[in-house]
Design a protein around this ligand. Structure first.
Ligand code: SAM
Length: 331
């Protein structure tokens, strides 16, 4: 059970007497963030797979279809995504709509007034507490850019793959070093059904499908921007694969000979090992017998122990001064 983020606790303390159906909450951090009854009459615009107790929930790319008077934005980790979210709001809300934004001091909320200066007028601080700040402004009439995917070309020891991504998606504009190490050390004999878990912009799954075309590739991620980026990555590489939005392996019903992942260890800005622990444990029931799980992880993370707790045989197949690539065998 996830707990309410600090940002959501400050919102409850400050706004609970005012929240009604004129409020839209955007991109909450945890499942519990809007669980208090004070949020129950408001609507939510979600950007990841999560349950939601509010009145009506929309999952991007579906847009809300009402003119809300008040919007509350949970400041995301990526500044580029924060601006992108405000631009998305501008595409369907009138000028002067009130936009609240809330976040933790260590997530950069204090400098967010500058971040939104092009899109919001009359920015003022409403409250602070719980190591967070709540600010508000009004949408101005400057034109927002329609969104587009950023395309990059990544090279892995002379083998290339194109990648399309949206702001805030992992490996956006630059291939992660750990992902690169995993791709450099893929086994030669990949075939059958393959899952790219926590696919981000789809670089691992697309690379595998491109260089092992006989395999059948599925990709999944909790984040709807990641899912749409992965679909676009497959498309620009002219590859066929299935991409699903899923929290962990919850929406995964097939069995796989291979699972590859650079798994997550953050919820919002907080380090959170539970997602990967749950994923590694659940992999056992999704892998075929003799199936293999390949993951890359920062050396400082305690994955060796977690893998050994659930698999009989675990090898380190590659490592450098920052990352290790593990292979776990399902017997
Ligand atoms: C380290 S990134 C790896 C992305 C991509 N595979 C790469 O290597 O560039 C981890 C990914 O995990 C996703 N994620 C976080 N929590 C998740 C969860 N509960 N279930 C599925 N995916 C999750 C994030 O959205 C992010 O895209």
């Amino acid at each position: 059970m996830q707990t309410q983020s600090l940002a959501s606790q400050l919102l409850k303390k400050t706004l609970s007497d005012y929240i009604d159906e004129s409020f839209l909450f955007v991109d909450p951090i945890t499942n519990a963030d809007l669980s208090d009854h004070c949020f129950s009459n408001s609507d939510t615009w979600l950007f990841k797979e999560m349950s939601c107790n509010g009145n009506q929930a929309y999952l991007w790319p579906t847009k809300p279809n009402k003119h809300y008077k008040n919007v509350v934005l949970f400041l995301p980790k990526s500044k580029e995504k924060a601006i992108w979210l405000v631009e998305q709001l501008k595409s369907f809300l009138p000028t002067k709509t009130i936009i609240y934004f809330v976040g933790e001091n260590k997530g950069g909320i204090k400098s967010s007034a500058k971040l939104f200066a092009n899109h919001l007028d009359k920015i003022t601080k409403v409250a602070s507490g719980k190591h967070c700040v709540l600010l508000r402004g009004e949408l101005n009439d400057t034109q927002a850019q329609p969104y587009h995917f950023v395309e990059s070309n990544y090279d892995v020891k002379g083998k290339t793959v194109k990648v399309a991504s949206l702001p805030g998606v992992f490996s956006h504009k630059e291939l992660d070093h750990g992902t690169q190490l995993l791709l450099e050390n893929l086994p030669a004999n990949i075939s059958g059904k393959v899952l790219d878990f926590a696919c981000g912009c789809g670089v691992i799954g697309s690379f595998i499908k491109k260089y092992h075309p006989a395999c059948e590739i599925d990709l999944c991620d909790i984040d709807s921007l990641a899912v749409e980026s992965s679909k676009q990555t497959l498309k620009i590489n002219e590859l066929v694969g299935s991409v699903v939005i899923s929290d962990g392996l919850m929406k995964i019903s097939s069995n796989y000979q291979w699972i590859f992942s650079n798994p997550p260890f953050h919820t919002g800005i907080k380090i959170d090992y539970h997602i990967s622990e749950r994923f590694i444990k659940d992999c056992k029931s999704v892998l075929t017998s003799n199936g293999r799980l390949y993951i890359v992880a920062n050396r400082f993370l305690k994955y060796a122990q977690i893998l050994q707790d659930h698999f009989n045989k675990v090898d380190v197949v590659a490592e450098d001064n920052k990352f290790k690539v593990y292979c776990a065998y399902n017997r």
